[in-house]
Design a protein around this ligand. Sequence first.
Ligand code: CIR
Length: 255
Amino acid sequence: MPIAITRGISPRFADCELTHQIRVPIDLLQAEREHAAYADALRGLGLQVIELPASTELPDCVFVEDAAVALPECAVITRPGAASRRPETEAVATALKPWRALLHIEAPGTLDGGDVLVLGKRILVGAGGRSNAEGIAQLGRLLAPWHYSVEAVPLRGCLHLKSAVTRVGEDTLLLNPEWVDAALFAGWRCIAVDPTEPDAANALLTGDRLVYARHHVRTRERLQDASMEPVLVDAGEVAKAEGAVTCCSIICDTA
Ligand code: CIR
C-alpha cells in the first residue's frame, strides 16, 4: 500500500511565509477541518496516511512536500530556500527513514520539493526562487547513479514550479503558460488553466486518480472535458498561505 506522509497545521500557521500573496486572516479551525478531509481523501484513494504532529514553532510545517523529494530509489531531504522552514526537514527525514535511503542537500544549496517536477527519469526544477543553482546541481549529482537527468527551469510570477505545472495523467500536464514555458513539455498533452484561475495548475496525482482543489471551478471543467474526474477537496485556507494540494503530502510507493 502506498504511503502519504502529512503533518498537522501549526498553531502559528498565520505566520507562514508569503512571497506573491498578501496576508489575509487564516481560519485555523477551518484549516484543520480541510486538512483532516484531505487525509480522508487520500485514504479513500488507498493510501496509508502517516500524519506527523504539527510543530508549534514552524508555521509552514503542513507543507511537507518542500522538505523531501521521494523517488522509488531514495529520498532527498532538501534544504528549503526560506530559512524559517529549514528545521521542518528533521521530522520528515525521521518519517521517511523506514521507507527510503536518505540523501541530503547541503549548504549553500537550497531546494524546495515544490520546485521539483518528476516526469519519469526527467526531473525539472524551478530555479531562481527557493531553489538555487547549487541545490539543483547537488540534486543532479545525487540522482545521477539512477540515471535521472535534472534541469533548471526559469519561473516567472509564482512560488514553485509545481504552482505552474503538475502531472495529471500518464501523458498529460496541467499548466499555467504565463508562469512556465510550455515549450519545455514537447511530447506532452498540455491542458492550460483557465486564465481567471492562475494558481489552478497544482493537482495531486496518485496512481491514476487526481486530488484537486474545489475552488478552481473553471479549470476543473477543462479537466472534465479531458475525461478526468478529480476527487475534490476544500483547500481555501492553505491557499491563503500560498499552498495547494501537492504541498501537503509526500507520497511513496511501497512494495
Ligand atoms: C511558503 O511560502 O513556503 C509556504 N507558505 C507555502 C509553501 C507551499 N508549498 C508548496 O507549494 N510546495
